[in-house]
Write a protein that binds this ligand. Sequence first.
Ligand SMILES: [Zn+2]
Length: 93
Amino acid sequence: MREVRLGDVIDDYCVKCKRIMNHSVVSLVNSGPAKVRCRTCYNDHDYRHEQAPPPKVDSRKAALFNEVLAKVQPEAAPAEEPEASKSKGKRKK
Ligand SMILES: [Zn+2]
């Protein structure tokens, strides 16, 4: 692996651009990049080794939340909508 120096341009994941972008090395630890700066939005952040952060919304939690919501607010469920009878004829199924 080649030596990285301050100011070198390396690829890393930018949280603001939400993609792999060119970054300048602004800080080194143990001859590896510690902090980098996005060359597109100039956002400084820890070097992420080109890994995107995990998505904030956990789909399992979201599903559980909807399940609880359906129990607490039965009227919020789509099947209970009073408007449902109106759109019945338009549906193809
Ligand atoms: Zn950026």
